[in-house]
Design a protein around this ligand. Structure first.
Ligand code: ZN
Length: 338
């Protein structure tokens, strides 16, 4: 991965990447403290790519941009890469304000809708089940449930979405972009490639510094998210090193092919560690945390860590290496499949 020399925008600043491609950064109140948003200019107006987390800060930033660089510019539409709150959170607010169409993929919309309409009680039952099956100790489980934040607090009511899928094309003023959709960090994540200009808007799937969280799937717990992500990375490792990658977190970079290889190795290492452990004993998702993470996991990170760990174990089940049974306390145990 080689960092490219673009100036990182201050919050709400509108920086040029190409004549028809701009970016900004909004603040996030998390350990990952910012998100990148992109703006694509077309002959029918600007496409706003991602919207930021539902927050006063995001409102302030949007006001600044819409009354600043985009004042008297035509806005064509919103395009949301995936259902996570830091991307979709402001979409409803923006549509209300701008009255423009919004686009995302079918599975991203499905998950966002489910999480948003879910009654608070069901939401905590869902997390209770996730923590319970992981084998997390009881007291820690209670603490974790207390720390869980509701999706709806981070996401405005959704706009009316139009669905796009793999292969959808967008013509910008200077290029032609093709949508690709992939499984991994989320179920049908959208990223955009301009092949001719060697540009890639990677969303959250190819990040220069962090390994995108491969989350567990709330609604289809046997979905092999990691397998999907490894397929994606195996494809991305064949892209040209010169492709400029514009991610939704951190900075633009090239050598995305070698970054993909790094990420493949990272996940394979974790799979190997788990395989070795399974040769010795049966484990729960909770047991696996200390094996694959070299740092202590705070409450806020715990459900990501559990999801990440479980996605590796589920991958071992899907590839036939492991099997999984639930005990009478509904805790999942993974063992060697022999
Ligand atoms: Zn995300």
């Amino acid at each position: 991965m080689t960092k490219l020399n673009y100036e990182i925008p201050k919050h709400g600043e509108f920086n040029e990447l190409r004549k028809d491609l701009y970016w900004t950064q909004f603040e996030l109140p998390f350990r990952l403290n910012h998100v990148n948003l992109y703006f694509l200019n077309t002959k029918n107006g600007w496409i706003l790519i991602d919207s930021g987390l539902r927050s006063d800060h995001s409102i302030e930033m949007w006001e600044k941009i819409l009354n600043g660089p985009l004042k008297s510019e035509k806005i064509h539409s919103l395009l949301i890469t995936h259902y996570h709150p830091d991307h979709i959170g402001m979409a409803g607010w923006l549509q209300k304000k701008l009255n423009v169409p919004a686009f995302t993929s079918s599975k991203e919309l499905e998950v966002a809708k489910k999480l948003l309409v879910m009654p608070d009680e069901d939401y905590s039952i869902m997390f209770d089940n996730i923590f319970q099956r992981s084998g997390i100790p009881k007291e820690q489980k209670q603490e974790m449930l207390g720390a869980t934040r509701l999706y709806k607090n981070k996401v405005f009511n959704l706009p009316d979405f139009k669905i796009i899928s793999e292969g959808f094309e967008i013509e910008s003023n200077e290029g032609m972009w093709k949508v690709r959709t992939d499984v991994g960090h989320s179920p049908e994540h959208i990223s955009l490639t301009d092949k001719k200009r060697s540009l890639y808007l990677a969303g959250d799937f190819l990040l220069p510094r962090i390994s995108p969280n491969v989350s567990d799937n709330f609604f289809d717990p046997f979905d092999d998210r990691l397998g999907g992500y490894l397929n994606y990375l195996n494809d991305i490792k064949t892209i040209n090193s010169e492709v400029e990658v514009f991610p939704c977190h951190d900075w633009p970079f090239k050598d995305g092919d070698s970054r993909a290889v790094e990420l493949i190795n990272h996940h394979n290492q974790r799979l190997d560690i788990l395989k070795n452990e399974l040769l010795k004993k049966n484990i729960t998702v909770y047991d696996s945390l200390s094996l694959i993470f070299d740092r202590k996991i705070g409450n806020e990170q715990m459900h990501f860590a559990i999801g990440e760990a479980r996605s590796h174990l589920i991958n071992l089940v899907k590839t036939g290496y492991a099997k999984k049974i639930s005990d009478s306390n509904k805790v999942e145990w993974f063992s060697l499949n022999n």
